[in-house]
Design a protein around this ligand. Structure first.
Ligand SMILES: NC(=O)c1ccc[n+]([C@@H]2O[C@H](COP(=O)([O-])OP(=O)(O)OC[C@H]3O[C@@H](n4cnc5c(N)ncnc54)[C@H](O)[C@@H]3O)[C@@H](O)[C@H]2O)c1
Length: 315
């Protein structure tokens, strides 16, 4: 294998974002090791690369150390949706802390650059709107989301301490709500929830009055941002998300109108610590990475709904 081919390790590579990232890296002719414990990831998501000579799949849990020779570590391993990260919150905190610690140890040993998939959840229920990277957040340290939010916060801290103490090259992406094909139907995230309910002919469930807002980034846009961040010189943390803000009710209406306009919208109580507003400031990504999302919600819903339809209705 010529030395010029970049060797990538993608932790959480069989998951939603990781598998789209792997598609891009493989299409660019790079080498990819996909590492996953398959908690929320599926082999199916990377099945298209199984027999490719540049691709390897390893079942491994990032809470255990591993030795590999790689140039770049894309550290995505961590359940991302509340249903999954609250299933075993202690394991989630371990995955964030120990997983990041182990991957930073590997990066240090082999001189690899590590990109951490952090999250807008580090801003908690924000008191500043929209959220720039300089905002330090409003996280409830003992709420049911803390295992994830605080886990990612300490993961960011570890990255910066490895950079300061050992000169490890790090990149930190704060990812905002992302959607697209290959999301799990049962993951409780709002886009997948609405699409699945509409395809099943059920009423669409809004939590609270549905007036809380979110910004939704299509996965291809996000992956482009991650690649630019990894390739560039800016360490971050850097927000990657779509600043187009929608209320949850607007999203529900758009999904319903595309699938079955006769369906009802029903309201249920808001879960604990659910943030009321979330919208990224992406000036830094624009300046430092020349990046901004180009895919509108309407454009992105199309392939997402088609993928769910194919998996749920004509598998
Ligand atoms: N999708 C989003 O909207 C979003 C938003 C913010 C941050 N992120 C971050 O991006 C990353 C990917 O998210 P996603 O949406 O693809 O979620 P996902 O659940 O689809 O992917 C996570 C992957 O990590 C794997 N994994 C979980 N724990 C592991 C462990 N201990 N060892 C090895 N593998 C493990 C899972 O099996 C899965 O394949 C996560 O770190 C998440 O926190 C995602």
């Amino acid at each position: 294998m010529p030395a010029s081919i970049t060797r990538n390790l993608v932790t959480g590579g069989a998951g939603f974002v990781g598998s789209h990232l792997i598609d891009r890296l493989m299409q660019a002719g790079e080498e990819v090791i996909c590492l996953d414990n398959f908690f929320t990831g599926r082999k199916q998501n990377v099945a298209q690369w199984h027999n490719h000579p540049n691709f390897e799949l390893i079942r491994h849990d990032v809470t255990d150390p591993i030795r590999l020779e790689v140039d770049r570590i894309w550290h995505l391993a961590c359940p991302a949706s509340p249903v999954h990260y609250q299933f075993n919150p202690i394991k989630t905190a371990k995955t964030s802390f120990l997983g990041t610690y182990n991957m930073l140890g590997l990066a240090r040993r082999v001189g690899a650059r590590l990109l951490l998939a952090s999250t807008s959840e580090v801003y908690g229920d924000p008191l500043v709107h929209p959220q720039p990277e300089s905002y330090r957040g409003n996280v409830n340290t003992h709420g049911i989301r803390a295992c994830y939010d605080e886990g990612k916060r300490v993961a960011e801290t570890l990255c910066f301490d490895y950079q300061r103490m050992h000169g490890t090259e790090i990149r930190i992406a704060r990812i905002f709500n992302t959607y697209g094909p290959r999301m799990l139907p049962d993951d409780g995230r709002v886009v997948s929830n609405f699409i699945v309910q509409a395809l099943r002919g059920e009423p669409l469930t809004l939590y609270g009055d549905g007036l809380q807002t979110r910004s939704f980034c299509y996965v291809d846009d996000l992956v482009e941002g991650l690649i630019r961040l990894m390739n560039g010189e800016h360490t971050g943390p850097i927000n990657l998300g779509n600043p187009g803000e929608f209320t949850i009710r607007q999203l529900a209406e758009r999904v319903r109108d595309r699938i079955n306009p006769s369906l009802e919208l029903i309201c249920e109580p808001l879960p604990e610590d659910d943030p009321l507003q979330r919208q990224p400031v992406i000036d830094l990504a624009r300046q430092q990475l020349g990046w901004e999302p180009g895919i509108s919600l309407d454009q992105g819903l199309e392939p997402t709904i088609a993928d769910f339809r194919q998996r749920l209705i004509d598998p």
